[in-house]
Design a protein around this ligand. Structure first.
Ligand SMILES: [Zn+2]
Ligand SMILES: [Zn+2]
Length: 284
């Protein structure tokens, strides 16, 4: 069974996110390691780290994933924002490592008014620098496919390929595929043929072995709208059938699949996902 999980709140303590995952009976969780819309964060204390690691264990979790702050923009043409972003990424990598997190998912960045090429080159350069500076860390960075709002990069697989092509340490980088984002970006993975075509294209440009994590969200907005609005499974324009196809795809049998919608509905989605998977095993 894929490792189903959810993005969970750290309000009140990291250990509460682990408890919440435990109460949902999921083997994994995703969380922010600091407030996602503030630059500042107080230092992690040893007590917070130990508490999280204890609860991670007592809830029998297998993997934790972090998502970086929305403020970080490695493609920003504004020097002050860029410098702050690089520093903040380094801090996020340290925090993730301290908490025993396996993957740190990041949005590539928005080039704003500079060109796509410059934005891509800047992302590649800063990632290489970060990977040299933090070479002793185990946590792996994953570039996320985006919906392509405004000047956000990463909505075409080619853009992610271009970032990796400019990097010296591209082999250290993995990919997180968000099903809502690629749909909004224009990848029609809804029909059986569209599904095959989309993953063939992904494989051709990025290699399926670089695909480490899925964010499984339905989309409120239309195919190609380039607007990022998550919906619960079957409540958006993608519908349930493509998600059924995805979770039963043997290529992704052991992949983390994270829901990024509010917790009440996530519980229903988890029930549905497990039911579909279990039913398919009986019919095998
Ligand atoms: Zn996502
Ligand atoms: Zn999103």
């Amino acid at each position: 069974m894929p490792l189903f999980g959810a993005h969970l709140s750290i309000a009140g303590g990291y250990y509460l996110a682990a408890d919440c995952a435990g109460s949902m009976k999921t083997p994994i969780l995703q969380m922010f390691t600091k407030s996602n819309n503030q630059w500042q964060a107080k230092k992690l204390t040893q007590e917070e780290i130990d508490e999280f690691r204890d609860h991670f264990k007592s809830n029998h979790l297998q993997m934790a994933i972090a998502h970086n702050s929305y403020l970080i923009n490695l493609a920003s043409p504004k020097k002050e924002v860029y410098d702050k972003s690089v520093e903040a990424m380094a801090i996020e990598m340290d925090r993730a490592e301290a908490l025993g997190i396996r993957y740190l998912v990041m949005h590539p960045g928005a080039h704003l008014d500079q060109s796509e090429e410059k934005g891509i080159a800047q992302i590649a350069r800063s990632l290489d620098n970060l990977l040299v500076e933090k070479k002793e860390l185990q946590v792996q960075l994953l570039l996320e496919t985006t919906a392509g709002q405004g000047s956000c990069l990463g909505h075409r697989f080619e853009q992610l390929r271009a970032i990796l092509d400019l990097m010296k340490k591209a082999d250290k980088i993995g990919i997180c595929l968000d099903t809502c984002h690629i749909f909004a970006a224009g990848y029609d993975w809804v029909s059986p043929q569209g599904y095959e075509d989309t993953f063939r294209e992904f494989d051709r440009l990025l290699g399926l072995n670089s695909l480490k994590v899925f964010h499984i969200n339905d989309s409120v907005r239309a195919l190609g709208s380039r607007v990022d609005r998550h919906a619960n499974l079957g409540k958006g324009l993608i519908g349930r059938k493509p998600f059924e196809r995805l979770i039963l795809d043997e290529r992704f049998e052991n992949h983390p699949m994270i829901l990024e919608t509010p917790p009440e509905e996530v519980r229903k989605d988890l029930t549905w996902l497990r039911r579909v998977w279990n039913k398919a095993q009986k019919n095998k």
